[in-house]
Design a protein around this ligand. Sequence first.
Ligand SMILES: Nc1ncnc2c1ncn2[C@@H]1O[C@H](COP(=O)(O)OP(=O)(O)OP(=O)(O)O)[C@@H](O)[C@H]1O
Length: 290
Amino acid sequence: MTLNVEFNNVSVDYKKFSALHDITCRLEGGKIYGLIGRNGAGKSTLLSLLASYREPTGGNLRVAGEDPFENTSIMAQVSFIYEFDYSDESEKVKGMLEAASRYRPHFDIDYAMELVERFNLPLDKPIKNLSNGMQSSLNVTLGLADRSPITIFDEAYLGMDAPTREIFYKEVLEDHARHPRTMILSTHLVSEMDYLFEEVIMIHKGKLLLHKPYDELIERGASITGASLQVDEFVRNLTQLNNQQLGDTKSVMVYGDLSEEKRDEAKKKGLDVGPVSLQDLFIHLTSEEV
Ligand SMILES: Nc1ncnc2c1ncn2[C@@H]1O[C@H](COP(=O)(O)OP(=O)(O)OP(=O)(O)O)[C@@H](O)[C@H]1O
């Protein structure tokens, strides 16, 4: 089952502070979305709306056409996984997974047990005694095995070491292929996780900066390198995100519609047109100087 999500002119104010402003975007069901933004951009606030933790102060949100707030049938379709404080949790791993399989409608206990093995989690240890990384592995196990039509991972992998994160990424791709559903991955590990994203949502200072398919977004970025004067002339009417100069050689990162003709023109002028990573686009699109 896949569910569509719509944010219609959504705003969230915390007293006088505007955390989200006029967000309009539609998430088609069944895709993997990367949600990126700088610290304090409003990512967790946006996700908490989807998880029914709060209502917008302006606009509205629809999941499968319904308002999710205090809507038990929609809440059962959404998993919200975030860094949770387990310092008082004396339940054991096994007990927590069994409880999830009793209460969550799509939970697959067999898959949860497979993940426990993959992540080397001890079934009989109280959760409060697990290391930080193991608690994160338990969190993502709960999120993956829940198989909810909308699964949100809000920086839930922070304590995990690099090999463990690789296991998680592999499971995201494989289980999403087996059971297509909407997954939203909020992360600061952009260069490490970008290959997972089908679409990218970038928010900046509470506003939607862009929402695009990953491939389309990457195609809009390019680095133009060559002799300074030639590069300057070529990029004059393009949006410039960053430039670097080394002697007479200059490299400028541009963003926008770079047509085939424009790319051919660059080649004819002896300029090199190189790719730009999502991480670089993110850094420079959200830089204070842009
Ligand atoms: N309960 C609250 N009361 C007042 N302000 C809040 C509250 N929760 C969040 N904020 C503010 O709203 C803004 C957005 O916070 P949010 O946690 O959504 O950002 P984020 O993008 O998830 O950040 P990070 O990447 O640092 O986790 C921040 O300026 C934050 O200080």
